[in-house]
Design a protein. Structure first.
Length: 130
């Protein structure tokens, strides 16, 4: 089911898990080399729902996250390091499940799920290995 923005309070996740989720979403966003407005709005909606530390500027973090995701999408050691770092920060089973669910929903947002399927499989593997 496609993630829906809710008007409830932010989810109770540690900031490190929120950051890891955003990083993984950015990796999925750049996986197919096609960025749609729906995908950008999806990530903004996710941040509204999961919350963000008021002492940390989301736009500043997002810039770093996007840069790292773009490097990681090339593959190799950079991608493995990126996935390992995300897995380290996603400590809770709920956070890991949410991350995978949101990545799948992001892929569905622009209708190109097949293009992102490989990276989502790599995410699942990295989070399961943890």
């Amino acid at each position: 089911m496609l993630f829906q923005k809710k008007s409830s309070a932010p989810l109770s996740l540690p900031q490190s898990e929120r950051e890891a989720i955003v990083d993984l979403l950015h990796l999925c966003l750049y996986a197919d080399s096609h960025i749609s407005l729906k995908e950008g709005q999806f990530i903004a909606d996710v941040v509204d729902v999961i919350g963000w530390d008021a002492n940390l500027s989301f736009p500043v973090y997002e810039s770093r996250s996007i840069a790292a995701a773009r490097v990681a999408r090339g593959g190799g050691k950079e991608k493995q390091d990126f996935l390992s770092f995300a897995a380290e920060r996603l400590q809770s089973p709920e956070g890991r499940l949410l991350a995978v669910e949101l990545c799948r929903d992001l892929a569905a947002a622009d209708g190109t799920v097949q293009r992102e399927a490989t990276v989502i499989g790599e995410i699942v593997k990295a989070l399961d290995a943890r």
